[in-house]
Write a protein that binds this ligand. Structure first.
Ligand code: NAP
Length: 373
């Protein structure tokens, strides 16, 4: 990935070499591991590199540090991280004053795919490949932007048969969220012959995976994007047509607009979600997961009480693990490999993260940015 022009936030260490040393343990972060040293895996390297974000006064300092393995958090399963990916939430934890990061210092990374190097669990054994995302990962528990991670067994999804690790990382939390959104629309009774399904924030991670999954399931997909340069990309993913962000019905003084969409997957929130709700056909539904356009929702009850429209909230973070493993079992083959490869915007190592995180915060992502720690 070309990181030229990327700017670091104040205090970000971009020197390109890890800073040696330890960090103060966050509350609940070091846990029992600090007392046990590396006894749960004699093959565990004594140190590992991690991208660490730390609050300092009103600012945030972020950079790569070399940590002793005694600073891995508590957990039953220790993983060598083979792949992570950059998500919008990972950008948010680097913004001074954010309310997303719940510990400091924090290793962000809400996604990881890796190989188990030590396990106290019967669910997985050393050598197994696993997928972990959501719960407290990268928010209140050290996440995937590191060479090693340690997590509770109750967060771990064994890599489903038929999925290779890189493709699992391209799917990640974004694909899981897109899949939840599609499955919930289908559970609401929306079928491919219902009419056009709108996807907003379509060129981002959740949006791209939603466009491609809907298309693969035979839906008539209309993609909304703020990026005029990405229309071909979205059509290649399977969108029948692409509209600009500003083309959505923009008359907030009207309580209802034209009945256009049979359903929608909204990754943007704010005024975009309000506009979408005004334009859903009778009996349709909107699956809402995101807030890149803002957390406020100013609307009226009219779409709900005169058009029977449903607003379906999507939360991928706290999905119970049995359901999570079952859903991942449905994701192998859900997207053609070539389509997943098309979504890869680039790969960065830990030192490339400041540029990649800036790209996310500027709304500049096209598909998925992979991380190779
Ligand atoms: N509920 C859940 O469980 C869950 C799970 C994962 C993600 N999320 C949320 O879903 C959203 C998308 O996540 P992501 O990881 O896919 O992010 P992403 O890859 O960074 O994509 C976000 C996309 O949103 C659009 N966008 C950015 N700024 C915007 C603005 N000011 N107004 C309107 N659209 C804007 C852009 O797409 P276009 O240029 O194409 O419009 C951008 O590429 C985030 O809010 C994230 O927190 C929620």
């Amino acid at each position: 990935m070309d990181n030229a022009g990327a700017s670091a936030r104040p205090g970000t260490d971009t020197t390109g070499r890890p800073e040696d040393g330890s960090i103060d343990a966050p509350p609940g972060g070091r846990g029992e591991a600090g007392d046990r040293g590396d006894t749960r895996g004699s093959g565990l390297p004594p140190t590992f590199d991690a991208f660490v974000v730390e609050r300092r006064g009103d600012g945030v300092v972020a950079g790569v540090r070399r940590l002793p393995n005694t600073q891995l958090p508590a957990g039953d399963v220790t993983v060598r991280v083979d792949w992570s990916a950059v998500n919008y939430k990972d950008g948010m934890v680097t913004v001074p004053g954010n309310r997303v990061a719940r510990i400091s210092p924090l290793v962000p990374g809400v996604d990881l795919v890796g190989t188990v190097v030590a396990s106290d669990s019967t669910v997985v054994a050393a050598g197994d490949v696993v997928v972990v995302h959501g719960y407290e990962l990268g928010i209140a528990h050290f996440g995937g932007f590191a060479q090693l991670a340690r997590v509770p067994a109750s967060w771990v999804v064994p890599l489903p048969a038929g999925l290779d690790p890189r493709h699992a990382a391209l799917i990640g939390t974004a694909g899981f969220t897109a899949a939840l959104s599609v499955f919930r629309l289908e559970r609401h009774g929306i079928r491919p012959d219902a009419g056009p399904i709108l996807v907003t924030g379509a060129s981002g991670g959740v949006g791209s995976l939603a466009v491609a999954l809907l298309a693969a399931r035979g839906f008539d997909v209309v993609a909304s994007t703020g990026k005029s340069a990405e229309h071909d990309y979205l059509e290649h993913l399977g969108a029948r047509s692409v509209i600009g962000r500003a083309d959505l019905e923009q008359r907030p003084e009207r309580v209802l607009g034209p009945e256009t969409w049979a359903g929608a997957i909204d990754c943007v929130g704010g005024a975009t979600l309000a506009s979408v709700l005004r334009s859903v056909r009778y009996g349709g539904a909107v699956a809402a997961s995101g807030l890149t356009g803002g957390p406020e929702l100013v609307t009226t009850v009219y779409p709900f009480i005169t058009r029977d429209v449903a607003l379906i909230g999507i939360d991928s973070v706290s999905t119970p693990v049995d359901e999570r493993r079952a859903i991942w079992g449905r994701l192998a083959g859900a997207w053609p490999d070539a389509v997943l490869d098309w979504m890869a915007m680039g790969e960065v190592d830990l030192f490339g993260l400041p540029g990649a995180l800036d790209t996310v915060l500027r709304g500049g992502v096209r598909g998925r940015i992979l991380v190779t720690p």
